[in-house]
Ligand binder design. Structure first.
Ligand code: ADP
Length: 368
């Protein structure tokens, strides 16, 4: 159990732009925090600095209030689970799990108790006499997690642990790690490039880009109130639709004008958008906040988009429609019973209350 604090942390690799810049973060005891972002954004470097596998160039890291910048990895009492499992091929599952405890000279019966307990928790009891090569990818990853559990570390660090698994196994292991977090009540810091993993597993998510933390928030807060255009388009699948346009003053009030469609600015946004009158901004709307306007009586024709369906992707319970206004592609997410087909012209209404507006220059959410 541990609270982990990063204070203005930087990492400079020789000859490169900073891999991590001014990262400050407070991870609470027993919290499950996910670091997410595209490849190369500095997630692993951040995790490895916490683990002590990379030196901190500038700033401080504290575990339970103690500065650990100079503490060697073995003395930080953290357990790391890697993408490639890092199992010893010549050892059985039992020996792989017991190895760390043996090195630390734990008594034999304590080792046995811990390994059996972890094996039971992870449902790998029947495999403990096998070697890693006789295991599937998912089973190997369980052993790697088991090896971490037996140590009863202060915190677990996961570096893309599910990336080598097939899609079905990834989903299964995802829920198992979440359940494990519930059972162990440990601090867990988890790195992934997969926003679905981040959304489904994290108590809080840290979104990174180019070595810089963009936003730290709960999954739903990130989704509903993205701090900037990057977070808005990174979190959510399909991603948020973004349209460039201009804020103009018309006789019926303030309007976002895209060229092909226009949107009346609601009261809640009016005061913050007035200062953007005459300027270009970016309007964002999530695919599920668009709906087929046919049959819906809507006197306000301003808030509608006309577009042609280019691709229909049935997902089972719902359908993704890829549409084009003539100049701009976007996606709508609808119930599967809707009968739209390729080539059809559609008029879409928007759930204006779910609109997002971003500064075109900085990408920052306007008004957040
Ligand atoms: P992520 O985990 O988000 O994919 P990394 O933390 O691995 O990103 O890398 C962040 C940046 O640091 C990348 O630009 C990467 O090329 C660079 N980097 C990572 N490790 C090293 C290293 N050992 N030497 C030099 N540059 C590195």
């Amino acid at each position: 159990m541990a609270k982990v604090v990063l204070e203005n942390v930087y990492k400079f690799y020789p000859g490169h732009i900073p891999a991590v810049q001014d990262a400050s973060l407070e991870i609470q005891d027993q919290e499950f925090v996910v670091l997410v972002g595209p490849s190369g954004c500095g997630k692993s470097t951040t995790l490895r600095m916490i683990a002590g596998l990379e030196e901190i160039s500038k700033g401080n890291i504290y575990i339970d209030g103690k500065k650990i910048n100079e503490v060697p990895p073995k003395d930080r009492d953290l357990a790391m689970v890697f993408q490639n499992y890092a199992l010893y091929p010549h050892m059985t599952v039992y020996k792989n799990m017991a190895f760390g405890l043996k090195l630390r000279r734990y008594p034999k019966d304590e080792i046995e108790k811990r390994v059996h307990h972890a094996a039971e928790m992870l449902d790998i009891k029947d495999l403990i006499h096998r070697r890693p090569k006789a295991l599937s990818g998912g089973q190997r990853q369980r052993v790697a997690v088991g090896r971490a559990i037996v140590r009863k570390p202060k915190a677990f660090l996961f570096d893309e642990p599910l990336s080598n698994l097939d899609a079905k196994m990834r989903v299964q292991m995802r829920t198992e790690i979440s359940k494990l977090h519930g059972r162990l009540s440990s601090t867990m810091i988890y790195v992934t490039h997969d926003q679905v993993e981040a959304m489904t597993m994290g108590d809080r998510i840290v979104v990174m880009k180019d070595g810089i933390i963009q936003q730290v928030a709960t999954p739903m807060n990130l989704y509903n109130q993205p701090a900037n255009q990057f977070v808005a388009s990174f979190i959510g699948s399909p991603p948020m639709n973004l349209f460039q346009g201009c804020i103009v003053e018309k006789k019926n009030g303030l309007v976002f004008d895209e060229g092909h469609f226009s949107i009346c600015i609601e009261d809640i946004h009016r005061s913050i958008l007035t200062s953007y009158t005459g300027k270009e901004i970016v309007f964002g709307i999530r695919p599920e906040d668009l709906y087929d306007a046919s049959g819906v009586s809507n006197a306000n024709l301003d808030n509608q988009i006309k577009a042609r369906v280019e691709v229909v992707e049935p997902m089972g319970a719902e359908v993704f429609l890829y549409l084009n206004t003539g100049t701009h592609s976007f996606v709508a997410r609808m119930d599967a019973h809707e009968k739209e087909c390729r080539g059809q012209e559609l008029t879409l209404s928007l759930n204006i209350k779910k609109s997002h507006f971003f500064d075109k220059e900085t990408g920052a959410c306007i008004g957040l």
